[in-house]
Design a protein around this ligand. Structure first.
Ligand code: A2P
Length: 404
């Protein structure tokens, strides 16, 4: 996501208010916005994360930290939506047409459109799902009513001793847990925080396809890296077969696969950002209306720290074209995904020129800038303006970013 421009003022024009809202369908309940907001305007209940119109001062600090873009929602209203109303939503209300009593000098001929344009300036627009994607289920299990899953497997994926990444399989038994590739679930760590409150769930991308880690079973897999002092990652990485885990979700309604055999996917990831792409690849391997071509750029420190290195090498090129790049191989030059994209620029240029191409970026927030620079350079080499190309792709549900 681009860095947003700071909105100059909260706009309280004549009789109308610009209100900051969160899209409950797209929000993955990671609570990063709430933790970031400097004025305590963002809060949550068991169901939703909401913005208090009386506290939000439009500082925009929450916009770039949101992994999904669900935070970037604005409505111009006569009567602001209350917290209770926002808590009850499962989807965002449309912008209402208002009887406009704001004068044109407050925003051209259409003050509402001008206010909304102001709100979106610099953020690149709202993420959208691919037009052909299946409709996801969202927020089936929440903080008040989590699902209880049983651990069916916990396998270490990396040989690098300082880099413990796990493949965790969770079985949901008789509880329905319909997930699509690209969605996430929350894991609630046991215990309470320093104030005695239950811990908030941590979000993990599902790394198995919609028909289960084991086909036809009601299970899914996660790809979890042990973080030093990470409360939830240590809990998950230490799970034993048979342990019970409290799970929320599924979450996410835009970072989804097109169900279109003519679609071409360009996947760019680092580390555990590969999780959704494992799911995409398995969906294609298992047939169905999956995309015809999938190209992946995957960055890790070394082969020993690249999750699924062994199995990934065995996936045939006709299923997945792989560019695995490494930054810390002794004696070799450091290579990032964006470096390899430049090496493969002709292929990427061809994909950028094709209206069937979908781009997905997942992993370290830091890579976003370098990847965008590579895209900009490649786009410009074939006479395309990158910002306009990217924004049009996003508008068509063909450009997806999930970074953290
Ligand atoms: P580095 O060696 O510089 O840390 P992991 O999450 O498994 O550590 O993998 C992340 C990978 O992404 C590493 O190879 C890391 O390289 C690389 N990386 C770090 N910063 C960036 C960046 N700004 N752009 C692209 N790749 C990056």
């Amino acid at each position: 996501m681009n860095a947003p421009t700071k909105s100059p003022e909260p706009i309280h024009g004549k009789g109308v208010v610009k209100q900051h809202l969160i899209d409950p369908e797209i929000c993955i309940r990671c609570y990063t916005c709430e933790m970031t907001c400097p004025v305590g305007a963002i809060e949550h209940d068991d169901n939703n994360v909401v913005v208090d119109v009386t506290k939000c001062d439009f500082c925009m600090d929450c916009i770039p930290v949101c992994p999904t873009g669900s935070i970037d929602e604005w409505r111009v209203v006569k009567e602001p939506y209350s917290l209770d109303e926002q808590y009850s939503w499962s989807e965002l209300p449309e912008q209402q047409s208002l009887e406009q009593d704001a004068s044109p000098d407050e925003g051209g001929d259409d003050p509402i459109a001008a206010l909304l344009a102001e709100a979106h300036k610099g953020t690149g627009g709202k993420p959208k799902a691919p037009a052909s994607a299946a409709r996801p289920t969202v927020n089936l299990y929440n903080l008040g009513k989590p699902a209880t899953a049983r651990v069916a497997g916990n396998f270490r994926l990396t040989d690098d001793p300082g880099h413990d990444v796990r493949h965790i399989i969770l079985d949901f038994g008789a509880q329905p847990m319909p997930v699509l590739e690209g969605q996430s679930v929350g894991i609630i760590p046991p215990g309470t925080d320093s104030e005695g409150k239950p811990h908030l769930p941590r979000l993990y991308s599902v790394s198995s396809p919609r028909d289960g880690e084991r086909r036809g079973y009601n299970n899914l897999s996660l790809t979890v890296k042990r973080e030093e002092k990470g409360l939830c990652s240590n809990h998950v990485c230490d799970l034993k077969i048979g342990d019970e885990v409290q799970v929320t979700g599924p979450f996410g309604a835009t970072f989804l696969m097109p169900d279109d055999p003519d679609a071409r996917l360009l996947l760019i990831c680092t580390g555990t950002g590969s999780a959704p792409f494992r799911a995409f690849t398995m969906r294609k391997q298992r047939g169905g209306a999956a995309p015809g071509e999938i190209v992946m750029f995957f960055g890790a420190r070394t082969p020993d720290s690249l999750p699924y290195f062994g199995p990934l090498k065995k996936v045939p090129e006709r299923v997945l074209k792989k560019h695995l790049v490494f930054s810390r191989i002794p004696g070799a030059e450091k290579e990032y995904v964006q470096d390899r994209m430049m090496v493969e620029q002709d292929m990427i240029a061809d994909m950028l020129n094709d209206a069937k191409t979908h781009i997905y970026i997942c992993g370290l927030r830091g890579m976003e800038q370098g990847v965008e620079e590579a895209f900009r350079s490649i786009a410009e080499s074939i006479g395309l303006a990158w910002d306009a190309t990217r924004d049009a792709m996003r508008e068509e549900g063909r450009y997806h970013v999930e970074t953290y």
